[in-house]
Design a protein around this ligand. Structure first.
Ligand SMILES: NC(=O)c1ccc[n+]([C@@H]2O[C@H](COP(=O)([O-])OP(=O)(O)OC[C@H]3O[C@@H](n4cnc5c(N)ncnc54)[C@H](O)[C@@H]3O)[C@@H](O)[C@H]2O)c1
Length: 385
């Protein structure tokens, strides 16, 4: 039986609900205490889940807590993760690792120096959809991947989010920091590390109007680009065109398509865990469907829209598997999948994409990482209830 790690949650917002639910699926994590910069958020969370609310400082110094789960907002990830490591605790943060490259680099160095684990979302690439795609690619079914395309595009979240301003902030706003982590982590998992990015931005709306909540009809200024068209070259020779936009009303393109010299593949949504993979090997032939809804991390587990977390109904969502896998790795003294090297490389691609597009100057990616291995059923079974 696995050791059950005592987890202290910092940042009791929308996504916290998803991580509490993860305790139903994984056998080695238990959120025992929580804290938030707004203490009333921690108290509410503690009451809902029958745990203890502490101040952030007290949680960091708590002797019981072994791993800090950092679900704060992106610009606070660095500070909270650093404090966790300095307090002698392992840390697992939501995406992205940090919003500055040097902060991300410092966190990885600090975790090594302290001999502590640092883990980072997204863990969606461990789900059925991306793992099935990886398995088929590794069987060489569509041959060598030459090129591909990926897209996340929607109108922006001011219509349904009561506090949308941070997504349009100068430094940490925009679709690359917000949605890039899912697409780029999935692509690195499928293709290996990236080496170069180029691109451009397209001007979007300069002002937006909040659609719901107490600030309904209030207009605010957009302080960052909201559409990025980029081209990423991977070390393995694949070139991917990536569109990330908060300026598109609707589209019908697939999330990710990969084109190999023996066929083409449609990869399901990297923001979710399930979805079918489709393959076509000959022009005019039907696309063959490879379902993932029988896989442990592809099975639909969300049947109704939660009022708090941003989860679609009829979807597979097993966020938290990365945290459980990290806990297992700590216990067994092995390398974890959602590791610092991977998240720093993804942060590097994110920031290089934004720079390359804003300056219209290609950027070389400074970091690299080991391409993750297929996440085997054997490993998964060890941490699933
Ligand atoms: N909401 C989603 O559906 C979703 C999905 C996937 C990932 N994420 C990621 O999860 C993270 C949190 O998102 P969210 O939607 O829960 O945000 P949120 O704004 O609802 O919650 C964040 C919480 O962190 C607290 N906080 C902020 N700075 C802090 C600090 N320095 N110390 C302690 N507490 C602090 C806030 O008071 C708030 O309660 C983000 O990184 C986001 O990108 C969110």
């Amino acid at each position: 039986m696995n050791k059950v790690f005592k987890v202290g949650l910092i940042g009791c917002g929308n996504i916290a609900e998803t991580y509490f639910r993860a305790q139903k699926y994984f056998n080695n994590i238990k959120i025992v205490k929580c804290a938030d910069i707004i203490h009333s958020n921690a108290i509410k969370c503690a009451q809902t889940y029958k745990i203890q609310a502490l101040s952030v400082k007290d949680l960091l110094n708590d002797q019981d807590v072994e791993i800090i789960l950092n679900l704060t907002i992106p610009k606070a990830h660095y500070q909270v993760a650093k404090q966790a490591l300095l307090s002698g605790k392992h840390v697992y943060s939501e995406k992205p690792l940090a919003i500055n490259f040097k902060d991300g680099q410092e966190l990885i160095k600090l975790s090594k120096k302290k001999n502590l684990y640092i883990g980072n979302a997204p863990d969606t690439f461990l789900g059925g959809g991306i793992q099935k795609s990886k398995e088929l690619l590794e069987k060489n079914i569509i041959g060598k991947i030459i090129l591909g395309s990926a897209i996340f595009a929607f109108p922006g979240l001011e219509t349904y989010h009561p506090n949308p301003e941070p997504w349009f902030a100068k430094k940490e706003g925009g679709p690359v920091i917000d949605m890039g982590p899912y697409y780029l982590t999935a692509l690195v998992n499928l293709l290996g590390p990236a080496k170069k990015v180029s691109g451009r931005i397209v001007e979007g709306k300069k002002k937006r109007t909040i659609g719901i909540g107490p600030k309904k009809n209030k207009t605010f200024k957009v302080k960052c680009p909201t559409t990025y068209l980029s081209t990423i070259d991977f070390n393995n020779g694949t070139t991917i065109r990536l569109t990330l936009s908060f300026d598109v009303i609707a589209h019908q393109r697939n999330h990710i398509e990969l084109y190999g010299n023996k066929g083409s593949m449609i990869v399901p949504d990297p923001n979710m865990f399930g979805g079918s993979v489709y393959i076509c090997k000959k022009i005019g032939n039907p696309w063959l469907e490879y379902k993932t809804d029988h896989m442990p991390l592809g099975r639909i587990n969300i049947k109704s829209q939660s009022s708090r977390a941003n989860e679609s109904p009829t979807n597979a969502n097993y966020r938290g598997v990365g945290l459980a896998e990290m806990a297992y790795a700590i216990e067994n003294n092995k390398r974890h999948v959602c590791n610092g090297e991977l998240s720093l490389h993804v942060l590097d691609i994110i920031l290089s994409t934004m720079k390359a597009c804003k300056l219209r100057t290609p950027q070389l990616i400074k970091t690299t990482c080991k391409k993750p291995d297929l996440f085997s059923m054997k490993e998964l079974k060890k941490i699933m209830k």
